[in-house]
Design a protein around this ligand. Structure first.
Ligand SMILES: O=c1ccn([C@@H]2O[C@H](COP(=O)(O)O)[C@@H](O)[C@H]2O)c(=O)[nH]1
Length: 275
C-alpha cells in the first residue's frame, strides 16, 4: 500500500483507528472454543463488525506465536482474509523485529512477502543495517519504536547526553538519514502526550502509530493536539479496549460500539481541524 492510499482511506472513513487483534484464548467467548480455529473465527467476527470504521488492523504476533504452529496458522489466515476481502485496509504485524542485516532481510521476507503485511514493527537498538533491509521493500512500511507507552520504556529512551538530547530524539533524527527513510513510521505511546510536539518537530511528515489508548489509559484528544499533521499522520491503536469489551456472544457488536465511539471522536477532531 502507498502512503497516499492510506491517507485516502483515512479521509474517506473519517477514521484513523487501528484495531489490535491480540487474541487470547482465555479471554474470548466460550462458544468459540468449540470451533476448529477459535482465534481466526474471533478475528473474522471483529473484522466483519468493524472494517468500515477502522483503517488498520494490528495483530501482535506474540499472541499467535504463543500457540505455536496453530497460532501461526491463525495469523496467516487472518492476514489472508484481510487482504482478500478488505485490501484497502492497512495491516501491521506487530512483531518488533530487527537483527544483523541478512537476518533482518529474512524477517522482512516473512512479513512482507510470505504473509503480505503492509508493515512490520521493528526495534532500533541494532541500528541502520538492522532496519534498512526492511526499508528495501517497495510500498511496505517499517514502524520503528521511538517512545513507547510502557513505564520501562523510559529506562533508556529518555536517557540524555551531555547536551540534553534524549536517546529517542537521536533515534528519530538518525533514522531520517537512512535509505528509504520515507517508508518509516514511528511508534509513540499515547501515554506520552507531552512529547508529541517535540516529536512532530523532528518528524513532521511521518505517520505515528500510537498504542496506549483504552486499556493503558492514553487520551485521544491529548495525542491529537500536537500529533496530527496535514496528512493526519496518526494511527491510533486500541486492542483490549475494543476486542474484549464484552466476554459474551455479542462481543463483535460491542466491539463495534467501542470502535465507533473512538471513530466518532476522531471525526469531530478532523472536522474541527478542517482535515
Ligand atoms: O509502546 C508500545 C508498543 C506496542 N504496544 C502494543 O500495542 C498493543 C496495545 O494494546 P492495548 O490492549 O490497547 O493496551 C499491544 O499489542 C502492545 O504490545 C504498546 O502497547 N506500546
Amino acid at each position: 500500500m502507498t502512503k497516499q492510499e492510506l491517507i485516502h482511506q483515512i479521509k474517506a472513513k473519517r477514521s484513523f483507528l487501528c484495531i489490535g487483534l491480540d487474541v487470547d484464548l482465555e479471554k474470548i467467548p466460550a462458544h468459540l472454543l468449540q470451533l476448529d480455529d477459535p482465534v481466526f473465527e474471533f478475528n473474522k467476527a471483529i473484522i466483519e463488525a468493524t472494517h468500515d470504521i477502522t483503517v488498520a488492523y494490528k495483530p501482535n504476533t506474540a499472541f499467535y506465536e504463543a500457540y505455536g504452529l496453530k497460532g501461526w496458522e491463525s495469523l496467516s489466515k487472518t492476514i489472508a482474509y484481510l487482504n482478500e476481502n478488505y485490501p484497502s485496509i492497512f495491516t501491521i504485524a506487530d512483531a518488533k523485529r530487527g537483527d544483523i542485516g541478512n537476518t533482518s532481510t529474512r524477517y522482512a521476507k516473512a512479513f512482507f512477502e510470505d504473509l503480505n503485511f503492509d508493515s512490520v514493527t521493528v526495534a532500533p537498538y541494532m541500528g541502520s543495517d538492522s532496519v534498512e533491509p526492511f526499508l528495501a521493500f517497495e510500498n511496505k512500511f517499517t514502524i520503528m519504536l521511538a517512545l513507547t507507552s510502557n513505564k520501562g520504556g523510559l529506562d533508556f529512551q529518555l536517557m540524555q547526553d551531555e547536551k540534553g538530547a534524549t536517546l529517542y530524539e537521536k533515534v528519530l533524527k538518525t533514522s531520517l538519514g537512512w535509505k528509504n527513510s520515507e517508508q518509516l513510521m514511528y511508534v509513540v505511546g499515547a501515554t506520552r502526550p507531552e512529547y508529541f510536539q517535540k516529536i512532530r518537530n523532528i518528524v513532521p511528515d511521518h505517520f505515528l502509530l500510537v498504542p496506549g489508548v483504552g486499556a493503558q489509559g492514553g487520551d485521544l484528544q491529548e495525542v491529537c493536539t500536537y500529533g496530527l499533521n496535514n496528512d493526519i499522520g496518526l494511527l491510533i491503536n486500541s486492542s483490549r479496549g475494543i476486542i474484549y469489551a464484552s466476554p459474551n456472544e455479542n462481543f463483535a457488536e460491542i466491539a463495534r460500539k467501542k470502535a465507533l465511539e473512538l471513530q466518532k471522536e476522531m471525526q469531530v477532531i478532523l472536522d474541527e481541524k478542517g482535515l
